[in-house]
Ligand binder design. Structure first.
Ligand code: BV8
Length: 236
């Protein structure tokens, strides 16, 4: 396999068959809540108990779910890829982390959670991040600052996604861009396809159905991620 730079973007669709609800489906993740009530800094300031409870429930759900064949196929691909692999996920679950943890570290592989991680918390004063698998109470004291509180380490709407410099640098040099399980509704992730096209990469969408950005991809393969992703990876 020629040495190539692969960038893969995943969204909630890759975790759907593991039992993690997607955002926009009828049984959506918001558990009857509007985005503005649970996933913005203003919501947290207005009702910290509601927001902490929303994330506590989702964090507890992680104990009951496992990575699926799509997560494992990407981990296998990274292990045998001759070149750089950047896996950027919009997801805040740890399913990619667990799939890769089962294998020897692949040189040249990097996983970025651009929207944060459910199993971590961050200090409202210093921004420092710590592992936090358990619940957070509405006003959780921070270990990093006497006046700080711990909030979920989650990028809410209106906040800047994480590691954008590293993501954009990888997109500028990528040869192959694969978007998996995302509706293309949320920016700046939904704009990554444009950067990949500017880099002259081959671009592929793997999804249950065509996304909003379908016409921007060279190729689209549609079906459940646990079928489409392993089949696509096997062909690389
Ligand atoms: C920012 C953490 C400035 C929270 C998340 C108007 C126009 C354009 C943009 C905006 C606008 N107004 C506001 C904005 C900006 C806003 C935005 O994009 N809003 C949208 C709603 C219009 N974005 C922001 O605020 C971002 N910050 O812009 O800062 C900036 C700008 C540029 C550069 C730097 C900074 C911050 C956004 C982050 C918000 N936080 N997550 C939490 O998890 O609680 S986003 C949230 O949505 C999740 O991370 C999720 O992953 C993500 C995207 O959704 P998808 O993953 O695509 O999920 P969805 O359900 O939509 O789709 C699932 C897909 O899977 C579907 O296509 C489905 O068919 C498919 N599928 C289902 N089952 C399967 C499947 N596929 C395969 N197999 C299956 N079995």
């Amino acid at each position: 396999m020629a040495s190539r730079n692969l960038v893969t973007l995943t969204g909630s669709g890759i975790s759907a068959e593991s039992g993690v609800p997607t955002f926009r489906a009828a049984d959506g993740l918001w558990m009857g809540h509007r985005v503005g009530d649970v996933a913005t800094p203003e919501a947290f300031a207005r009702d910290p108990a509601l927001v902490q409870d929303f994330y506590n429930r989702r964090r507890r759900q992680l104990a009951a779910v496992q990575p699926n064949a799509a997560h494992h196929a990407l981990a296998d691909l990274a292990a045998r890829w001759d070149g750089h692999v950047l896996l950027v996920t919009q997801n805040v679950d740890d399913l990619h982390d667990r799939a890769h943890a089962d294998r020897p570290p692949a040189p040249g592989f990097e996983l970025i959670h651009m929207h944060g991680e459910l199993l971590k918390a961050e200090c409202t004063m210093t921004g420092q991040v710590c592992d936090r698998p358990g619940d957070l109470v509405p006003v959780e004291p921070s270990p990093f600052h006497p006046r700080g509180r711990l909030r979920p380490h989650i990028v809410w709407f209106g906040e800047f996604p994480l590691h954008m410099d590293r993501i954009e640098a990888a997109l500028r040099r990528c040869d192959l861009f694969v978007s998996i399980g995302t509706s293309g509704a949320v920016y700046p992730a939904a704009g990554f396809i444009q950067l990949a096209n500017l880099a002259g990469a081959r671009t592929v969408e793997l999804n249950l159905e065509p996304s909003l950005g379908r016409r921007l991809f060279d190729e689209g393969r549609y079906g459940p991620a646990t079928e489409v992703v392993p089949a696509f990876c096997a062909g690389l």
